[in-house]
Design a protein. Sequence first.
Length: 488
Amino acid sequence: MQRRCPGCGGKMEHHLTLTGLQDAVGGRTVGGLDVVYTKLAVDLQNLAGGAGDPLIPAALETIREATGCDAVAVALLDASGGSFQQILAARSTFAICNPEILTGVSLDELPWLDKHLDHLRVHGIASTDAATVAQSIDAARLATMGCGALLLIGFHIHGQRAGFLGLFFGQPQPGWSVEHTLLLKLLGSSLASGLERVRTTVRLAEINERENLLEKTVNDGTWDFDAKNNRVEYSPRWKRMMGYDDADLARNAPDWRRIVHVDDYARLQARLRDHLTGNTEIFENTHRMRRKDGEWRWVTCRAKALLDDQGRLRRLVGVETDITEQKVYEEALFREKESAQITLQSIGDGVVTTDHEGTVEYINPVAEELTGWNVDDAGGRHVDDIFRGFHEETCEPLENPVMSSIKRNRAVKSVRPSLLIRRDGNELYIESTASPIRNDRGDVTGGVLVFHDVSESRELNRRLSYHASHDLLTGLVNRREFESRLER
């Protein structure tokens, strides 16, 4: 009697019936093939080591002996699903057929197989010598491996195709038995389930390991609010950050509405409301929180809400970073900057600061008055545009002192007054000092120019010098100056 396998298009000979298979192995098993296959299915579902589990080779050998095929193989694809990364096979002693040759082969070279690895569907090539047109390329490749027929079932893991379980025969087969098809479906589904469970277990272990490492290295505290059960779980780091222990939280969990500073509460509540109503993707806010001991700490909080189908809050997970020290530094820096700004605003000299290329970044009010440039117009211009110096006697252009100091990497002080042309064209005499600005590594990042008006003092010196050498009544040089000139 023969039975045809639906969907496989072949006939089944008597020696491939379940009775025949049971005769082949039933003598060495308790309860016959049903017990053997049930045990195989259970073992494959409970793999502990993934593809490297020793249960797989043993299971393949049992399947080979039970089905009478020349080889049984599990072919596993690489992460991209484009080629065979690993072939696990069991072969009879004198079999020519060797599935392990497929290791490293791309599915581009096996077009029929590429299209028939759908999840838990059985497909077969009954004869590599009489293959269909669609099977011809794959059949020719299988023939070079000593394979006359192949029956396989593909399987997916986490929605991605992962490989197949196949029965390889050295000779063409007249058809496929229902028992073979059912066997592949049973064991294929068990193998896929087992490998998926192993990958899930490995993935969970990796996640737990990463969380443990992050918990020990990241300076952030986390919390998880279960809205349905009105319960909050806190990470160990959050507890240490806020000064709580497990006993404190068990007795009286902190109410965030009471531990957030009153001056920050309204802003926090508004931003949280925006997030819960879907106006923001992530909730983020910086505020003060009171530790158990009463100390106020600055924290930056980022949180993400999960809503149910009705739009109600189901879960809210947050991460809080203690930025108290950063805030202290920021406030100290702000005070220092304000103090420096006040000093620059009130100092009697003109001050101009530039970057390393000479672009003006700041000028104080005195510099505005002396140059005729206000800070808005001067900002972003080159210092040569607002500070043009000339020799006081020859009127030859002078090198800009701040650019000279940056180039020489040292302070530059004028030895005599120079002529400054204001924005409106008026002239005045100034004395200046320029110095480079360096960062903490000693690199020049800019320059500062300090200058003041000496027009009045220069005119006074000129008059004193004139009066010292001239007679006030006649305007002629006096005797001392006359004798001095004779000596020259």
